[in-house]
Design a protein around this ligand. Sequence first.
Ligand SMILES: Cc1ncc(COP(=O)(O)O)c(C=O)c1O
Length: 435
Amino acid sequence: MSPESPNGRLSGDAILAIDKAHIWHPYAAVNSAAPLFPVKRAEGCEIILHDGRRLLDGMSSWWSAIHGYNHPRLNAAATQQIADFSHVMFGGFTHEPAARLAKYLVNLSPEGLQKVFFSDSGSVSIEVAMKLALQYWLARGDKSKQRFLSFRHAYHGDTFKAMSVCDPDTGMHSHFAGALDEQIFCAAPACAFTENWDEHFIEELKNTLHAQHTEIAAILIEPIVQGAGGMRFYSPHYLKRLRELCDTYNVLLIADEIATGLGRSGKLFACEHAGIAPDILCMGKTLTAGYLTLAATLCTDEIATTICSASPGVFMHGPTYMGNALACAVACANIELLLESDWQAGIKRIEQQLERGLAPARALASVADVRVLGAIGVIELHDPVDLNAIQPRFVDQGIWLRPFGKLVYMMPPYIMNDEQLAFLCGRTIEVLQTQ
Ligand SMILES: Cc1ncc(COP(=O)(O)O)c(C=O)c1O
């Protein structure tokens, strides 16, 4: 069978046939019977399938497409950069897109983060952050600080070091037992976003740091929003106290803002809810608004100069596509677009619409909790959903959601209007009602 149609393009069926024969999907079996939908175009808040169906996108392609799809400004930034050059090696060369992007990130991120390391994906930016922390303590002559402290329900990525700091039960620890570094875990922050603070919420962490700080290089945390590990929102007070404890016990603080960076939680960076600055900060996902894969790890001058003052005198990392010019150019245009808009009011508007639109879900017997923060809406069910059964039903309703476990959640593009948000929430509830 030749999969090509007469104009050389593949039909939807041909794509599916090749895909089934050769392609892996995220967390999927090969040759899986799971439903798969071939995409023809995407535009604004809509994803258009080969069979002509139009889906209102509630996922922003896993947090990334904040300005929707096919945005003329982002398209223009990409084509202009392609006309100059798409990529040159970053060893020995530098260029305007990387310089402009680094300046934006340093200016916009929490105070004190002055150095930027570009890499390819969120997981790699976590690897870089952990390596920076290790090299920092080694440069200071401290060989005992080799472990990391992380939280239950955390998710930091799928590469090996990143996996080791994901939730030890729901993450991949059991599958790779013996191959992962053994890290130290504390309970997930339990004080809800608006709950009154009580010091008992941080007692376990305090005790753990007291007992083990000499072996801990850094604490990794997703500020305010624990994402893929449970979609939980916790109190800014927790972060404030965490920052203080890191200072007291001489432990670095790594903020994983890969999902929250650039506005999603209502602040440009979720750390701002607590008014804290980490020692190291990771960004990814939103950085190119869903156009290209790019991530960044920022750190303080002190960390950078300490690392470079000791043998081997350099930071030991250097990906081939580091500082990719095309991705950096789109990232600059993405940030400009965001800053030119009244994005904070926009996120507030989405938050109010999600509150209103998802409220009826609270009455459903299958629903355990409904929570909203910024442009993130979560319906937590009592029981896990059957993804293969529910996803086609969302598609039949004209919406795109990708639940996991007990969580049906949405983080729409920031450009989604009120009518679309009402449609997204209404159709979601309709599907859950008839489960
Ligand atoms: C908080 C957080 N950290 C890290 C990652 C890993 O990023 P990537 O999938 O780009 O490797 C993710 C991805 O979902 C994430 O949400």
